[in-house]
Design a protein around this ligand. Sequence first.
Ligand code: PLP
Length: 469
Amino acid sequence: MAKSFDMVPRDVKRIETKYRRIVTDKIPVPESMEIIEQLRKYEPRSMTGQPLVIWDRAEGFNVYDRYGNKWIDFSSGVLVTNAGHGNEAIKKAIIEQVEHGLLHNYCFPTEIRAKLVKKLSEICPEPLKKVFLLTTGSETTECAIKLSRTYGRKVGGNKKIKIVTFHDDFHGRTLGAQLAGGSPRLKEWIVNLDPDIIQVPFPNAFKYDWADESNPDYSDDKCFKTWLSYLEEQNVDFDTIAGIMPETFQGGWVQLMPVGFAKRLREFCDKHDIILAFDEVQAGMFRTGKLFAFQHYGIVPDLVCCGKGITSSLPLSAVIGRPDVMDLYGPNEMTSTHTGNPVCAAAALANINYMIENNVGENAARLGEICKEFLTGLQKKHPDVIGNVKGVGLAWGVIFVKNGTKEVDPDFAHDVCRISVENGLLFFAPVGAGATIKICPPLTINEEALREGLEVFAYAVEEAKKING
Ligand SMILES: Cc1ncc(COP(=O)(O)O)c(C=O)c1O
């Protein structure tokens, strides 16, 4: 198990810049311990994994506690607040909807839901034209599995039910989402796994030579053929596959597929009448500089799962897909109590309009180049502890390793996270195998604040090296 964040307040130095302020002498702030202890008493242990900063309010790319401290936020609250924390346009839309007087709608028709699904359909490429609103990302991946299998059974009977997903992928924490997830440890509790939901390797250059980016064959058949051999190893008849669901980039590493691989995957799905569903819960909504990360591949899936940044705030998610697949179920057969809650729908609509009107995707793409240059430079400086740097737009992952090997180092990553937080830079706890620090600020961050945050991160790496000898 990775280190947890210490309940014992540590001495920290005072910081006062345009974008950061640390004015308490200790973090966690001693006065905040009562709240932390209360949470520990009433919530499960699983809720104790994040740095011990009490979020009091958040604005733009800053998070504030109530004790005078202010952080540059590189978490976006787990890649949610793409349009910035407390975005005024979103706040206004929420308040207007609340004051208008409709807080809930179930599946009864409402104008706000109609406006949102129309907008989502209009901004999506063909054939992604029908939209099913849900509440969480996990629900969307569950729904994609259900629609893929239902489609498979329709065209191929009970033999065409296999769902193929990828090692190391994450699709959420509910049963189906965990069956599809690529971390065996997370699904030990299920015991009786579904033999028709299977995993194969993701073409990850850090892990596999056959996906080596420096290999000239990288984007031609070699990579895809190797991947197919992993299906053959499991005796999979390709025509029995109902659906393939990758994370568009793997969240644990911010690892994209090679473009050539993605194109062949699309052709393979067409050839075998397989539903290709991209899980864009994390990758979508301009995070990578484009509306969807699959647009970097030049292909379009049959289904796309959206969540997180779709509202930059309240809980709402969506499956958007091919009309013939989305219409597989009859009236009242695929619904949810909170589908398209009107307040959440108002937030989503205002968020999407804001992001389009303010070109946040362009900002993410431009700042992504700065991250790339800075982080690859940092890796060159510290090859002994930084094993890999991956990313696009404003989603970057820095993987920490032991002594320049490929063995990941969760304890080191944890120290980097803690030292950053003590210096006014907020990350969520390391992910992936526990050794990846994710750099994912709101897409509205400016260059000056981004550079300041990156410098704090570099400082934290150096300080962590001192501690770890
Ligand atoms: C790629 C991906 N899919 C699905 C989920 C699950 O979303 P939620 O936590 O909203 O259920 C997440 C959440 O981190 C995710 O990153």
